[in-house]
Design a protein around this ligand. Sequence first.
Ligand code: URA
Length: 437
Amino acid sequence: MRAVDIICRKRDGNELTADEIEFFIRGYTDGSIPDYQAAAWMMAIYFQGMTDAEATALTLAMAASGQQLDPHKDLPAGTLVVDKHSTGGVGDKTSLVLTPLIASLGLPVGKLSGRGLGFSGGTIDKLECISGFSVDVSTEQFVRQLREIGLVLGGQTADLAPADGKLYALRDVTATVPSRPLIASSIMSKKLATGADGIVLDVKVGRGAFMGTLDEAQQLARLMVEIGKGAGRGMAAVLSDMNQPLGRAVGNALELKEAIATLRGHGPADFTQLVVVLAAEMLRLGGVVDETSDPFSMIMWQLESGDAWLKFRQFIQAQGGDLRLIDNPDNLPAASLVSPLDAGQSGWLAELHADTIGAAAVVLGGGRQKKDDTIDPAVGIVLAAKVGDQVEAGQPLCWIHANDEDRLAEATAMVRDAIRISAEPVDAPPLILDIVH
Ligand code: URA
């Protein structure tokens, strides 16, 4: 077999065999196939697409390109492990609440998370606001912590789906990121390699997301669900709105505080709703509830009783975090400047552009433009109103938390541009747009 023939067959619109795809991925991972051939292949896939069978073969080959975890190793026989993944959005602190919530119901969650890039935040950056907390988790600790407390969260390692690490970097600089089979195989290869039995995907839709329209998001979700099922995993994808930020807080420590409030039973309604819907899907995949039972009261009880919160504390302690910071979130990093942005007119909040709000948080120093940028955990934006809310002229629409006057001025101008107030009543948009099984 030769790489050039595989490139040629894809360029001409043929369906590749699993053997051809495996050959290419193996060769690219071990360096025998160079970047320029892989780039040509990515571009051929970008234009010609892939059948579901090809996308599945690509995903499996990428998942098999490195270490594959077995989270069941030390668990009682028959225990199911579940995982979740978000395609990334603004104000998305869902994992911080969802994972301890699920673990507090006895369903083990072992998760590898990423850092934020661009306007979308990362779970690890939020957790690292807690001094001492470490995501540097060895395979032994991963398995042990999963057995002992049912919850572990590590940083993505280079050993996991290394073919994806190389290919993603290549796609980034060859304009081949926005390809459905390439995105689906990239996300799913990492998920499959972590070995969970059930995977719930949170696919964001809208101006603050990878997928701008519901139709695009549904196609991506269906493909990822099919790939996962083809690999023998239980799958669900929840499609949720990302035209406005999720919840009220955007920025690392601010989001962590909001997550803590939610874990203690008083989070914002939209964020709590998303957590509950995702949790219900995870519990179903984990066999904790079946199609006929109603998991919602069980989930709300975990939040209101404090059980999910206690699991979160246990998890933070197990990974070295200083509990004093989460027990009293006022001790988390805080910005020196907190400035309101007032409504210029009365009416109804009609637009609150998630992408611009996320970009303003990056300007404040809360996100990265490049992978190795350092971030300021304290800064961000706290929304005082959401789309559909009635507002009065002069009322604060949000609070901007900054540590630098110039950045504050720039971010304030951006946030002002992200907001539109209508003189006519506006309905609050639905958060949950679809669920794909
Ligand atoms: N996230 C990933 O992990 N890969 C992609 O290709 C896109 C988003």
